[in-house]
Design a binder for this molecule. Structure first.
Ligand SMILES: C[S@@+](CC[C@H](N)C(=O)[O-])C[C@H]1O[C@@H](n2cnc3c(N)ncnc32)[C@H](O)[C@@H]1O
Length: 232
C-alpha cells in the first residue's frame, strides 16, 4: 500500500514513522508513506498556503491551489481513496480501518489547519474521516492515527495475525485481560486458570471476561453484540 500525506509539517511524522512496529513494517516495505508539503506547490513569492476567509470571520483558510497541485502531482494507484481529515467526517473505527486496509492500494491523506481547507478541495476528496467528536488544531494527529491503524492491519506488520483477531472490536467485544510474569505481584495473583495449561478452560475464561468487560465499559457495544447474536 502507498500512503501519501499532504501536510504542511512533514517533520511531524518522522519519529512516529520510525518507531516500534510501524517503523519495522515500513522498513520491511509493508507500506510506503510519502510526505508531500503543499507549500512546495505554491507559485507566489512568499509561498502562501492560507488566506483570509471570504465573508469575513476569524481564522485563516488553507488555499485550494497548493492542495490540488500536491494531490495532482501524485501517481494514481487504483483503487485509491483521497481522504480529508476533518471533524465533520465519518468517525474512524476498526471497521473503517479494515475497509481502508483491505480495499485500497493508495490512500492520500489531506491534513487541514486553522479553520480548515477551502471547500473546493471537496472536489478531489472521496471521503472525509474524523477521529471523534472534538476539534484538534491540525489534521496530522488524525492522519497518524489512521496510518497506524491501517498499517497494523496490513500483512507483515504484526507477527502473529491471530493476536489482531483477539484484540478489542474485532468480534464486537472488548479484549480479555492480559497477565505476564510474575505469578504474584504485591499480593495480586494471576488467575490460576491461566496457569492451568487447560486451553479449553482458558478460552472459556477469556470469553467470559470479554463479555464482562464489554458489558461494564461499553454497554453500547454489548447491546449491538447481543442483537447480532440473536439475528444469527
Ligand atoms: C481547527 S480544525 C478546523 C475545524 C473546522 N473549522 C470545523 O469546525 O469543522 C483544523 C484541522 O484539524 C483537523 N482536525 C481537527 N479535529 C479533527 C478531528 N476530530 N478529526 C479529524 N481531523 C480533525 C482537520 O484537518 C481540520 O481541517
Amino acid at each position: 500500500m502507498q500512503i501519501d500525506v499532504i501536510t504542511l509539517f512533514p517533520s511531524f511524522f518522522q519519529t512516529p514513522l520510525e518507531c516500534g512496529l510501524m517503523g519495522k513494517a515500513l522498513n520491511k516495505g509493508v507500506a510506503t508513506v510519502n510526505l508531500i508539503n503543499p507549500r512546495d506547490f505554491t507559485t507566489d513569492k512568499h509561498h502562501h498556503v492560507d488566506d483570509i476567509p471570504y465573508g469575513g470571520g476569524v481564522g485563516m483558510v488553507l488555499k485550494p491551489e497548493p492542495i490540488f497541485a500536491a494531490v495532482e502531482s501524485l501517481p494514481i494507484l487504483p483503487p485509491r481513496e483521497v481522504i480529508l481529515l476533518s471533524p465533520q467526517g465519518q468517525t474512524l473505527n476498526q471497521n473503517l480501518l479494515r475497509e481502508l486496509a483491505t480495499n485500497y492500494q493508495q490512500l492520500v491523506l489531506i491534513c487541514g489547519h486553522y479553520e480548515g481547507v477551502d471547500e473546493r478541495v471537496q472536489h478531489i476528496v472521496t471521503r472525509e474521516v474524523s477521529i471523534g467528536d472534538f476539534v484538534l488544531t491540525c489534521g496530522e494527529i488524525p492522519a497518524l492515527t489512521l496510518i497506524n491503524g491501517v498499517i497494523r492491519l496490513l500483512p507483515g506488520t504484526v507477527g502473529k495475525v491471530e493476536s489482531i483477531y483477539a484484540d478489542s472490536f474485532e468480534d464486537g467485544l472488548l479484549d480479555y485481560p492480559h497477565y505476564t510474569r510474575p505469578p504474584v505481584f504485591r499480593g495480586l495473583e494471576v488467575p490460576p486458570v491461566l496457569r492451568s495449561g487447560n486451553h479449553k478452560e482458558i478460552a472459556k475464561w477469556r470469553y467470559q471476561k470479554q463479555l464482562e468487560a464489554t458489558e461494564k465499559k461499553r454497554p453500547d457495544l454489548m447491546a449491538i453484540y447481543k442483537q447480532n447474536k440473536e439475528t444469527k
